[in-house]
Ligand binder design. Structure first.
Ligand code: ADP
Length: 503
């Protein structure tokens, strides 16, 4: 077993990995930028090393430097988390070349699946159904128009190197093509340094259903079942659940076998995820394989009982997977991504100091967070503050539990997506499971259009309690019982005038 692991990440996922290590008896090394000197993951690790200034290009993305640090402190392995260096083929290779263990797939598998066009070619060769479209980068708009004509509008331009919904443009008619291609290329170049763009048929009304795969170094590749991730805004997931209301045991088996076939074709090892679009007739199409641990892995952990992060480390240490091929999910799990974005304000990023944070607890509630009271949230990194995850016997009970947990959650000082999630748990379509990937964009104006007056009253109560506690010199200590919604803009301004924000 690996005895000392460096975590090349920050925030909630760094803490998540540290917790897995603690339970396995693995010593941990955190790395941090200047902006994260006070971050919880730094304190939680056995050792912590500063790796540079706040911009990630000068710290968390400096792979060579991070490898040097790992060698210097005697870490045998590096876990990249998600984002940052996690899907960089060169990093996986450089870690291996340095004689260290990369807790993730080998560089060859990342290369085979890393670009969406390469992954589509591999999937087609392995007999995996893909979304209709091309498998090579486009030359120019004329070629794009010719291809779109063939598949029929709407089509989707996608960056081959894409991720996080970037470099993606829907084209509904020929007149939009040239502008959309330019925009997709520009965005892809900026985000990934690669402006290769290809075409897919834009599928209307499917679900996003993905299969968690786990593979060891001895040829065992397992499916841990599906996650439903159809609640999306701008092609980005907001809420995930396991299992999916749309997946029968028979379909689970078929999709699982398809994902395993794709992983095998790529020589995959460690945890990965095959993403599919699933239509109403039960047809599914391979989108891509994410060659890393995913944000939403906890919902699978809660319905399978398998600690995916611990098994990543065990597999990387050479252990064999002991699980049966046919896992049946138990109960229901839902995850809400709690971000520092203001739903009432077009999900505008909110920055500042978290004056007070009360985290939900109680039966079936899990909080994978990266912040605490006093944390300063800036614009350098991803806006995700934490993931709130629940488990219950049935989907209805899980929704009720998530609603209860969200009501307990109190964040004062910055805006958060909490209220959006509350409205989602109350929404009739969502409660019926009647959702698809374009549903949220249509529904959003209704969901977050207005704030209920009683919420404003609750915010006022929380802010009042905070002011009172400040006067007593015990800021925040007496507000634990007050459930609040995020402070509204007007309220935040008023609070600032009152000196509620710390100096
Ligand atoms: P990224 O890697 O940027 O996240 P994905 O290929 O995973 O990109 O797609 C992200 C989301 O965009 C999907 O979950 C889905 O909602 C939407 N999407 C992607 N491809 C298509 C398509 N061909 N038709 C309709 N929606 C799509």
């Amino acid at each position: 077993m690996i005895s000392k692991l460096l975590i090349a990440n920050r925030g909630e996922i760094a803490l998540r990995i540290i917790r897995a290590c603690r339970e396995l008896g693995v010593r941990t090394v955190a790395v941090y930028s200047d902006a994260d000197a006070q971050a919880p993951h730094v304190r939680a690790a056995d050792e912590a090393v500063n790796i540079g200034p706040a911009p990630s290009s000068e710290s968390y993305l400096k792979g060579d430097h991070i490898i040097e640090v790992a060698k210097r402190v005697g870490a045998e392995a590096i876990h990249p988390g998600y984002g940052f260096l996690s899907e960089r083929e060169w990093f996986s290779r450089a870690v291996r070349d340095a004689g260290l263990i990369f807790v993730g797939p080998p560089p060859e598998a990342i290369a085979a699946l890393g670009s969406k066009t390469a992954a589509r070619q591999l999937a087609i060769a392995a007999g995996v159904p893909v979304v209709p479209g091309t498998t090579e980068g486009l030359q120019d708009a004329a070629e794009a128009l010719e291809i779109a004509q063939r598949f029929g509008y709407p089509v989707l331009l996608k960056a081959a190197a894409g991720g996080g919904g970037k470099g993606m443009r829907v084209v509904r008619e020929p007149g939009e093509m040239a502008g959309a291609l330019d925009a997709a290329r520009r965005e892809a170049k900026n985000a990934f340094g690669d402006d290769t763009v290809y075409v897919e048929k834009y599928i209307v009304g499917p679900r996003h259903v993905e299969i968690q795969v786990l593979a060891d170094q001895h040829g065992t590749v397992l499916s841990l079942g599906e996650r439903e991730c159809s609640v999306q805004r701008r092609h980005q997931k907001m809420i995930e659940e396991a299992p999916s209301v749309a997946v029968s045991p028979e379909l689970r088996k078929r999709m699982g076998a398809t994902a395993v076939a794709a992983a095998r074709a790529a020589g995959y090892v460690n945890a990965g995820t095959c993403e599919f679009l699933l239509d109403r007739e039960g047809n599914y199409y391979f989108l891509e394989m994410n060659t890393r641990l995913q944000v939403e892995h906890p919902v699978t952990e809660l319905v399978t009982g398998i600690d995916i992060v611990q098994w990543q480390i065990r597999v990387a240490s050479g252990e064999r997977l002991p699980f049966p091929a046919d896992l049946t999910p138990r109960g229901w799990s839902i995850e809400c991504r709690i971000t520092s974005e203001d739903p009432a304000n077009g999900f505008l990023p909110s920055t500042g100091r978290i004056e007070y944070l009360h985290v939900p607890t109680g039966p079936g509630v899990r909080w994978d967070g990266g912040v605490e009271s006093g944390s300063v949230v800036g614009l350098h990194y991803d806006p995700m503050l934490a993931k709130l995850i629940v488990w219950a016997n049935t989907r209805d009970q899980a929704i009720a539990r998530m609603h209860r947990a969200l009501e307990e959650l109190t964040i004062v000082g910055i805006e958060s997506s909490r209220e959006f999630h509350l409205r989602m748990m109350e929404d009739e379509d969502f409660r019926r499971g009647d959702i698809e990937i374009q549903w949220l964009e249509r529904k959003l104006p209704q969901l977050v259009g207005q704030r209920a007056p009683e919420d404003i009253m609750r915010v006022a109560a929380a802010a009042g309690a905070l002011l009172a506690s400040r006067d007593r010199g015990t800021r925040g200590a007496s507000t634990g019982a007050v459930a609040t919604t995020p402070v509204t803009n007007a309220w935040q301004q008023a609070a600032r005038r009152e000196g509620l924000r710390s100096t």
